[in-house]
Design a protein around this ligand. Structure first.
Ligand code: NAD
Length: 494
């Protein structure tokens, strides 16, 4: 693919990127860097500063100073005002940031529009929340005259560790909560996709967010990420990433008994009953897997199909999948871009081999794309039929565009199979029957269930997981609770 004709975001003109600490760019003390590649071409597009303990110490100290200064005591109206300024920045620069993600992690430009509008809704919601949190007055039964109440206060310095699959959304969950409550933030974006987060921090500083409130340290997980997770002056870690890393973050958080939220991996069931409207269920289930090339934590990769419609469903799914346009993410018609890295491409291709080896039948896809896409990390959207729920392709998170179709006979069996998994992030049911939908809605063990749709999200509703998919809730009225702590106050009038 020739990117030379594409509109290179101005942020990429200088490929050497530093940390953003206390409102200024700062190089790594070690001088070491990490190459970041455009996954559509394999070309190096930037060099990130490789941060470690020293840079994390500086960023945490800056965040602490800002928190202990005026920031944590600004009024609700000022917090609201700053969030609305951030909203204006996202309206103005949303396209530029989305384009950066297209270069950095291969998100198609068509996806960028949706991401931009989701982030604007997030900020609107946080701005509304910024003026709405507080404690309560509670009647008590103490002898004498006492007034009892709870008040809330910002937790302090929040470490936000985010994955590569949607960096700006990941960053905003933490930044938005911090701006709405008076916390400060040190972000550690993923080494494969840090550029939009760095640019966002710069834009927020230009918009008047005080120095030290939003800091970004780039680097490897085992170095910068681990140093942040264990840091004694960080009050809470908001972690989004794999379950394996989540466990390490739990261990590291024991150092100072940090508060934690853990949004981890998934392997979500999507159940299609014979009475479903296949004209909706086929594209719905397909995009529940193939959106963002399958690099979505709640992807409905285990598609349970009632046996009586299995043949028709798979035929229609294969036909639909073949129409999907895979290619340069800069092409506005492209629906699936590349995978994030060569490593992720190898992982996905290996799982495709494992699926065939385990005896699943390949209905469509299965190959790396070559020709003019050979330099990038592109793989065909892939559907396996006749998958057994015990196979690795049905149990392990692949994080690529690979669907497993697993047949079932009745609702009871569907639920048993759907819940036979370590994860509990998403789930869906496609049916015409209210009673079937209701049974599945109650029966699927997951943080969110969709009925006759897949993947719709609203910041006011929120999002979370159970089982090995973690705990904590992003969005909704509970989101800010993670950024606040509660005090009980008793006032004597005796
Ligand atoms: P990952 O766990 O490898 O990395 C996530 C982040 O953690 C990165 O910034 C990484 O540098 C950092 N990290 C790595 N090792 C660390 C350590 N020892 N200490 C502290 N930080 C460390 O995950 P990934 O491959 O970047 O992302 C894909 C995973 O994220 C998938 O499992 C996906 O399901 C999950 N995810 C979950 C959600 C959710 O909301 N539940 C959303 C998006 C992605």
């Amino acid at each position: 693919m020739n990117t030379s004709a594409a509109p290179l975001p101005s942020f990429l003109v200088d490929p050497d990127k530093m940390h953003f600490i206390d409102g200024a760019w700062l190089a790594s003390a070690s001088g070491q860097t990490i190459e970041t590649r455009n996954p559509a071409t394999g070309e190096v597009i930037a060099r990130l500063a490789r941060g470690g303990q020293e840079e994390i110490d500086l960023a945490v100290a800056a965040a602490r100073r800002a928190f202990e200064g005026r920031w944590s005591r600004i009024t609700p109206s000022q917090r609201h005002g700053l969030l609305m300024r951030a909203h204006a920045i996202m309206e103005l620069h949303g396209d530029e940031l989305a384009l950066l993600e297209t270069y950095d992690m291969g998100a198609p430009v068509s996806r960028g529009l949706g991401i931009r509008s989701f982030i604007l809704k997030m900020i609107e919601y946080f701005a509304a929340q910024a003026m709405n949190w507080g404690g309560e007055t509670i009647p008590n039964s103490l002898p004498g005259q006492f007034t009892t109440m709870t008040i809330k206060a910002p937790v302090g310095v929040i470490g936000g560790i985010i994955p590569w699959n949607s960096p700006m959304v990941g960053a905003w969950w933490t930044i938005g909560g911090a701006l709405a409550t008076g916390c400060t933030v040190v972000l550690k974006p993923a080494e494969d996709a840090s550029l939009s987060v760095l640019r966002l921090a710069e834009l927020l500083a230009e918009a008047g967010i005080p120095d030290g409130v939003v800091n970004v340290v780039t680097g490897l997980g085992a170095e910068a990420g681990a140093a942040l997770a264990v840091h004694a002056d960080v009050d809470r870690i908001a972690f989004t990433g794999s379950t394996v890393t989540g466990r390490e973050v739990i261990r590291a958080s024991a150092s100072n008994i940090k508060r934690l939220s853990l949004e981890l991996g998934g392997k979500s069931p999507d159940i299609v009953f014979a009475d479903a409207d296949l004209a909706k269920a086929v594209p719905g289930a397909a995009m529940g897997v193939f959106n963002n090339s399958g690099q979505i934590c709640y992807a409905g990769t285990r598609v349970f199909v009632q046996r009586s419609i299995q043949e028709e469903f798979v035929e229609r799914m294969a036909a639909f999948t073949s129409t999907l346009k895979v290619g340069s993410p800069l092409d506005p018609d492209v629906q699936l871009g590349p995978l994030i890295s060569e490593r992720q491409l190898s992982r996905v291709l290996e799982y495709i081999e494992i699926g065939s080896f385990e005896g699943a039948s390949l209905a469509v896809g299965g190959k790396r794309l070559t020709g003019n896409l050979a330099g990038g990390y592109f793989v065909e959207p892939t559907v396996f039929d006749n998958v057994d729920n015990g196979m690795r392709v049905a149990q392990e998170e692949i994080f690529g565009p690979v669907m497993s179709v697993i047949p079932f006979d009745d609702g009871e069996e569907a639920l048993r199979l759907a819940n036979s998994i370590e994860y509990g992030l998403g789930g869906a049911v496609w049916t015409d029957s209210v009673s079937t939908a209701t049974r599945m809605m109650h029966g699927i063990k997951a943080g969110q269930v969709w009925v006759n749709c897949y993947g719709q999200m609203d910041p006011a509703v929120g999002f979370g997981g159970c089982k090995l998919s973690g705990y904590g809730w992003k969005g909704g009225s509970e989101h800010l609770e993670g950024f606040l702590y509660k005090k009980a106050v008793t006032i004597s009038a005796n």
